[in-house]
Design a protein around this ligand. Structure first.
Ligand code: KG4
Ligand code: ZN
Length: 332
């Protein structure tokens, strides 16, 4: 079974072809990071135009690389939400047109279910039940996976997503967008105990996150240092911010493990590329963790193809023209 995956929910144009469950035949990504970083964040209108420019050439290249024709495909899987409206429209409408012209069925995929599948691409041994920590620029949540298609949201962030907090913290420190990789890099040369930032909601017995207070604590610390005329110790601030952010995530994963008794954990989404978070998850003795390869932590089309195929085989069917972009799609 050949599945073409298309991902355009934010600022990455992703196209991939997988054979059967997880054999990746081709995986292409056109990142717009350089285009957006000069604005300090993603400009939605600009992102949509870039997807329009990049998507069809990427599909063409992918088919050529796999030496297949569009009509050889068995399924097209496209992200239908959540995400930026303009970006989603380009992906969904292009996928609908390809589906109609090739006569290949189309399935709409929830981007979050896509992230949930990312660690499974390289892990045949990860089987439900497990807990999935999704930490990206738009979401921070823990999902109980009793089976594929049978998901329960155990908790999420009250305010900023973890990636969003990283991006805002980077902005406060004058670092470029996206902030997560920058803070991760600079934190390696910093002292994580230099500043004692709060670990949000650490001692509550509810599975929930909050990152906006942490970001504000960083803002006040930088302001104080500026008022004192001190040199801003960017590396120490990055390391200290990261220590608190990671501790908040790890404490709630442990709480979810304790409450559910499920000792298998996967993590995905852009922030799961974070080196401190990966090390903390891998070293935690309370559970076993599965992580995606670094290139599949952030948005990609392999995870969309895999999630779409799985959903198709579970019996989900969408009539091609009923698949519409849904920027605020949540439950899946
Ligand atoms: O999953 P993703 O590509 O897009 C969304 O669905 O949001 O995640 C992007 C987010 C950004 O906020 C970025 O700063 C963050 O993931 N990120 C990181 C790292 N790499 C990307 N955050 C912390 N450490 C990293 N190494
Ligand atoms: Zn994402």
């Amino acid at each position: 079974m050949l599945t073409l995956g298309i991902e355009t929910s934010c600022d990455d144009t992703g196209v991939a072809v997988i054979r059967n469950e997880r054999e990746v035949l081709c995986e292409l990504l056109s990142s717009q990071i350089k285009d957006h970083s000069r604005f300090g964040g993603v400009i939605p209108e600009f992102a949509a135009r870039k997807h329009l420019e990049n998507l069809l050439p990427l599909v063409d290249t992918a088919l050529k690389e796999c030496s297949i024709n569009g009509k050889d495909l068995d399924l097209i899987a496209v992200t239908r939400g959540p995400g930026l409206m303009g970006s989603l429209i380009v992906g969904v409408m292009t996928a609908r047109a390809l589906s109609q012209s090739w006569g290949v069925p189309l399935i709409g995929v929830n981007h979050l279910e896509g992230h949930l599948f990312a660690p499974l691409v390289d892990a045949e041994d990860l089987k439900p039940p497990f807990l999935s920590l999704i930490v990206s620029g738009g979401h921070t949540e823990i999902i109980r996976v009793d089976d594929f298609g049978k998901y329960e949201l155990l908790g999420q962030t009250r305010d900023d997503a973890a990636g969003e907090a990283y991006d805002k913290a980077a902005r406060i420190l004058g670092l470029k967008y996206p902030g997560g990789p920058e803070i991760d890099r600079l934190a390696k040369n910093g002292n994580s105990k230099a500043f004692n930032f709060p670990v949000p909601l650490k001692n509550t017995d509810k599975i929930e996150f909050s990152f906006s207070g942490l970001k504000t604590a960083l803002l006040w610390q930088v302001k104080k240092l500026n008022d004192e005329g001190a040199v801003i110790p960017v590396n120490d601030l990055c390391a200290s911010f990261q220590r608190s952010a990671v501790e908040a995530l790890i404490s709630k994963i442990n709480l979810a493990v304790k409450i559910t008794g499920i000792k298998k954990v996967s993590a995905s989404g852009g922030v799961s590329a974070n080196s401190t978070l990966r090390a903390a998850l891998e070293n935690d003795k309370h559970f076993r963790v599965w992580l995606p390869s670094l290139n599949r932590c952030t948005d990609n089309a392999v995870m969309i193809a895999m999630a779409g195929r799985n959903s198709w085989l579970r019996g989900s069917r969408d009539y091609c023209c009923d698949i519409v972009p849904d920027p605020s799609l949540h439950d899946f």
